[in-house]
Design a binder for this molecule. Sequence first.
Ligand SMILES: C[S@@+](CC[C@H](N)C(=O)[O-])C[C@H]1O[C@@H](n2cnc3c(N)ncnc32)[C@H](O)[C@@H]1O
Length: 332
Amino acid sequence: MMPPELENAIYGMLATPVLRTAEKHGVFARLIEGGPAGSEKLAGDLGLDRDTLERMMLLLTALRVLDLGDAGDFRVPAAVRPYLDRREPLFVGGFLEHLAEETSARLGRLDGYLKEGRPAEAAAPFGEVYRDEETMRAFMTAMWDLSYGASTELVTLAGLDGTARLVDVGGATGPFSVAALRAAPRLRAVVFDLPAIRPLAEETAHAHGLADRLEFAGGDFFTDELPAGDCLAFGYILSDWDDETCVELLAKAHRACTAPGRVLIMDRLFADDRTGPPATAAMNLVMHLEMAGRHRTAAEFAALLERAGFTDCEVRRSGGEKHLIVGHKNRR
Ligand SMILES: C[S@@+](CC[C@H](N)C(=O)[O-])C[C@H]1O[C@@H](n2cnc3c(N)ncnc32)[C@H](O)[C@@H]1O
């Protein structure tokens, strides 16, 4: 019999588009908000083709994303629910959309990259991600979905009570800053990101009632210096870039960091022997297709921090996929 691991790998290509399509058409929202339902009822409620819907739901059931009861009713299991519920901070819909629409369109590049390496012109990733207003908005939604839920735990791990000014480098619409400001009432934060992000970032600050404490600074972290603060955060930034660029960015952070101060790297971590976790290995390949970076082990991040002048590196693991690595400047 075929090992289940190989079977999963062979049929895995169906999982992301089926999940994304079901999410897009409100299947999970209907099951979560309206309760368990059979495919006929569900197809009627959502105006979808029953046969197609049932096949998709049977696949999701086999993948254990859905449960199927004896009466033929599908339900979303409790452990899966927060990730598929549009009202929850852990909701992954925007990230799924990114994987299904953007990442999958780039998978065809693998063959060429494998034979000839990644071409030099692929080194400026954000021009492609931000090719128009719609793709930029979609990317920001994906980043929010990927980072906001995780940030609540990361803020606790970081312990921001004694921090005065957080600089969220490449902070996007501020998933980490918003979580940080909610947890630490005396904190002020500045999101530093490309100027095009400003309207979306300001919209978010207003929507969360944080416009008085969350500021946006538009700039380019390759050509501009970073705003000053006693805590500089890099959430899913260093995984976009190669080691030399990371050291350059961290050295900028070291200059901008008032002492005593800290840098927070928040990113996926490979296990020390790089045998997993699977999501990190998958996104390591995605970084190669979409960005110019890779995922790293804790020791690799510590080495980058030391090269940039930070000391006393600490790794604080979360219960999720995004972990915290702290580097200090003039630690007391
Ligand atoms: C992968 S996203 C990470 C977003 C957020 N920090 C998080 O943890 O979800 C990378 C961010 O870096 C920003 N960025 C990319 N190049 C930049 C540059 N040259 N200067 C400033 N920000 C940049 C992007 O606009 C984007 O918001």
